[in-house]
Ligand binder design. Structure first.
Ligand code: ANZ
Length: 845
């Protein structure tokens, strides 16, 4: 038959790909340069939808593109297959999380095959396989050896619904990232990875990624790490042996400190209260209880009334010896800086609010009305537009106005610092404190250590042994992997302790040193450990002797293009960056950043919200393979807008995509020349369209302007159709040339249709493997024409423009022209008639 049958074409080429396995990465003898393209591996929930279709379409565009450009491309796929949803599904159905997980993986694999994704299918990995997670255990023990894995008791984020702890990164606005329940604090002993040791490098190395990662992601990472620069200052406390250190970003304001505040839940607060009169102790206890019930969100809100308790104890200003009353107040957080602050109400808004609430003194030490050399003074204007110049210090007294003076100025009331600017004062006071031995330059971070223990079953068992005499020792290497026990007979329901604790037999082990009975660790690892290094496992996935091959890593890594959702902007990317640096320090890899470039795609929305099973607004990936078909899905999604924008599924035209593919296919059918035509011949106009696309597409793909390439392909197909029907005719060599270029470029977006076209055009091999055809530079020279710009009927300017200029582009050029601007003289254009390429006519009335 002569009809276009996308489903038949799809099945035909999938069978051929399955047989020939053409997208396997080249081995040791492959001399082409290498590219490692990776999509963030999927979580095997049952509901792959069009959001996944988008992400994996983009991955395939990039992988296919580099193959055409002559690279040896590695494009693997695997599954992030441990985690809560499997466990929750198992609990609901009384099933085994393992069965649920692997059944879903099988479905995913089928879908990706049907999508025509050009994976190297020989490198599949699942993080829930013991062959994989034994290397999580290896990694854990390596971190432990290096002092980067440790246990501590501290208040942790606890999700009362999932009955497990959460990393800071998994708490969004005080709620569980996964289930939305309000997170509470609970004191527990847990395992941590010491990511804070890497805070500076994680921050500084972001500079390398500038321009290669979305700037939004870089900004989010910077904020998350949250480095503040200042000083640590040691305060003597009356009646206490040891000094107490505070962190301040404004050590220059030390003379303005009028009181001292400690976090109520800190050990220091408890200790200070214990040494206070009974009545104070009671008030403190009441307050502590009240604070314990507050949510994180409430606590961090700036607009709520300040509360606190005076502990009737005093700190001494290290420079002046001034006595500062010590308060416990909840606006100071226990786990930031040192959990205590010197309060400078004149220059810090939180301190000022507190001072005004409790009638504490306010002392100005920075005159913000004084001019600072080199700084541009900010001058306010009054109603008439005259500068307000005679602002006096009294008129902005914070004690009266309630507004802290946080701006620049000159130091006053500060002894040796008087007259200095902020910067000089900070440098000077740090010198003085260092000389006196009561302070030093310091940095503070918002970043906390990574809590990796989870009280859940479906994860990597922590490879540590708790001995009878209280030691904690690694499971000996020859006993790894420490595999999960059978879920059968285990109570998986969340109850606040790990289900593994109930696997009595599994829990029993021996102390490797003494042979005495000992217990295993019942917790499992956060699944972000699994995904922190998986990109390295793809390089030697079957390797039973090591986590990854250093030799293969030297060849392939880091990942050249990493593609996935912006929801991973912080957690996953930060952890992967951290582990990469640790592996670098271990001498196992030669790079310090895992992902050289990052592409974040927007979301696919239906009815205005993100597709999800719970909202019942899923368009299923699997179903879309039949209607509209894999290629039409890919083209429609890609054409719907820029990569990073959200897409409304309602606006995505799958019928438009189907029609375009049918037109492209029909062009190939109509070609009447044979593959050995003379390339330099044929219709020059059509050749120019072809060659311009050959020349432009690589840059567009590298800039991830995939939708523009699709638009240009549509243009090429239309031009070819026109040449066939009303121009040079189907035997013209330019028509064949256009059809071949179409097939080769269409391969990025619609590989089944492209392969079919290639075969129709008389070729044997896969179009997916053909080298990019070079554009002929002589065909790229743009013809230009003279366009006239009229304003109210008179020609006011002429422009040299490309003959093929678009209307919008021409209008923009005309509006921006200097002569046009001058003639308009500020008048508004009320009407614009644009006839590209030659006429633009503006009216102003
Ligand atoms: C004195 C001072 C004077 C401060 C001044 C600021 C302005 P960032 O920028 O967020 O790092 N601080 C220190 N530890 C704290 C804690 N555990 N809880 C709440 N606040 C804490 O903020 C650093 C500043 O926040 C520090 O500098 C300290 O107040 C306060 F005019 O010290 B500052």
């Amino acid at each position: 038959g002569s009809g276009f049958d996308p489903y038949a074409i799809q099945q035909k080429w999938q069978a051929r790909w399955a047989e020939a396995d053409p997208f396997r990465a080249g081995g040791a003898d492959d001399t082409r340069p290498r590219k490692y393209v990776l999509g963030m591996f999927p979580y095997p929930s049952g509901d792959l939808h069009m959001g996944h279709a988008e992400s994996y379409a983009y991955v395939d565009i990039v992988a296919r593109f580099w193959r055409h450009r002559g690279y040896n491309v590695l494009n693997p796929i695997g599954w992030d297959s441990f985690g809560l949803p499997a466990e929750n599904a198992a609990i609901q159905r009384g099933a085994d999380p393992r069965e649920w997980t692997y059944a879903n993986i099988a479905q995913h694999k089928k879908s990706f095959r049907e999508y025509g994704s050009s994976y190297d299918w020989s490198r599949i990995l699942h993080t829930s396989d013991p062959e994989y997670y034994r290397w999580n255990q290896w990694l854990f023990q390596k971190l432990y050896e290096r002092g980067l894995a440790y246990r501590k008791e501290s208040p942790v984020n606890w999700c009362p619904n999932d009955q497990t702890v959460l990393a800071n990164e998994q708490v969004v606005d005080g709620h569980c990232e996964r289930c939305g329940a309000e997170v509470v604090k609970k004191k527990l002993t847990q395992w941590y990875f010491k990511i804070t040791d890497y805070a500076d490098r994680l921050l500084d190395d972001l500079n390398q990624l500038e321009g290669f990662w979305p700037s939004k992601v870089i900004r989010m990472q910077r904020n998350w790490i949250g480095r503040s620069v200042g000083a640590d200052i040691d305060f003597e406390i009356e009646g206490r042996e040891e000094k107490v250190t505070v962190f301040s970003t404004r050590p220059d304001t030390l003379h303005g400190a009028t009181f001292f505040v400690v976090a109520p839940e800190s050990d220091l607060a408890a200790e200070l209260a214990a040494g206070a009169p009974a009545e104070v102790r009671m008030r403190f206890q009441d307050y502590l209880e009240r604070v314990g019930k507050e949510s994180e969100i409430d606590r961090q809100a700036t607009d709520r009334p300040k509360t606190g308790v005076f502990l009737e104890r005093y700190a001494l200003n290290p420079l002046t010896g001034e006595r500062l009353p010590i308060w416990a107040a909840d606006y100071v957080l226990a786990d930031y800086g040192h959990g205590a602050v010197m309060a400078v109400p004149a220059h810090d808004q939180r301190d000022l609010d507190f001072a005004r609430a409790f009638d504490l003194p306010v002392r100005v030490v920075v005159d913000t009305t004084a001019p600072i050399t080199g700084a541009i003074p900010v001058i306010d204007l009054d109603d008439e537009g005259n500068p307000i110049v005679d602002e006096s210090l009294e008129s902005i007294d914070p004690a009266r106005t309630g507004i802290a003076l946080t701006g620049e100025g000159r130091m006053i009331n500060s002894g040796s610092l008087d007259g200095l600017s902020k910067r000089n004062a900070i440098a000077r006071i740090i010198e003085e404190l260092e000389a006196a031995g009561t302070g030093r330059a310091a940095k503070s971070y918002r970043l906390r250590d990574w809590l990796i223990s989870r009280q859940r079953f479906w994860g990597t068992p922590i490879p540590m042994i708790h001995t009878q005499d209280g030691r904690i020792v690694p499971v000996p290497a020859d006993q790894l992997p420490l595999t999960l026990p059978d879920a059968q007979g285990l109570d998986l329901a969340p109850k606040g302790t790990s289900p593994l604790g109930g696997a009595t037999e599994w829990m029993q082990t021996v102390d490797p040193e003494t042979g005495e009975p000992a217990l295993r660790d019942p917790d499992t690892m956060d699944t972000f450990v699994d995904s922190s290094w998986y990109f390295l496992r793809f390089l030697s996935p079957g390797d039973a002797g090591e986590a990854f091959s250093t030799r293969e890593a030297d060849k392939w890594a880091p990942v050249d293009s990493y593609i996935g959702g912006v929801e991973h902007a912080i957690l996953h990317l930060l952890y992967a960056r951290f582990i990469t640096k640790v592996l670098f320090d271990m001498g196992l890899i030669e790079f310090t950043e895992p992902f050289s470039s990052l592409i974040n795609q927007g979301m696919v929305l239906l009815g205005g919200s993100k597709m999800s099973k719970s909202k019942g607004n899923l368009v299923e990936f699997a179903a879309s393979m039949v209607d509209p078909g894999a290629d039409a899905s890919r083209v429609a999604i890609t054409f719907a807008g820029p990569v990073e924008d959200d897409i409304n599924w309602e606006d995505v035209s799958t019928t438009g995509a189907q029609k375009f593919l049918a037109r492209a296919w029909r062009v190939a059918k109509d070609v009447m020349s044979s593959p050995d035509v003379v390339w330099a011949e044929g219709d020059p106009a059509l050749r120019r369209v072809t060659h311009r696309l050959l020349a432009d597409a690589p840059g567009l793909v590298e800039q991830t302007k995939f939708n523009v390439v699709v638009a240009r392909l549509m243009e090429l197909v239309n031009a070819t159709r026109k040449a066939i029907d009303t121009g040079a005719g189907p035997a013209d060599p330019a028509v064949r040339e256009a059809a071949e270029a179409t097939a080769m470029i269409l391969d990025l977006f619609a590989p089944h249709t492209a392969e079919e076209m290639w075969e129709i055009l008389g070729y044997d091999g896969f179009v997916g493997l053909v080298p990019w055809r070079q554009a002929d530079p002589t065909l790229l020279v743009e013809e230009s024409v003279t366009a006239v710009v009229q304003i109210d009927g008179k020609v006011r300017a002429t422009l040299e423009v490309p003959a093929r200029i678009g209307g919008d582009e021409l209008e923009a050029l005309a509006r921006g022209d200097e002569r046009v601007q001058r003639t308009l003289g500020g008048r508004e254009i009320t009407r614009a008639i644009v006839r590209p390429p030659k006429v633009v006519s503006f009216s102003t009335h």
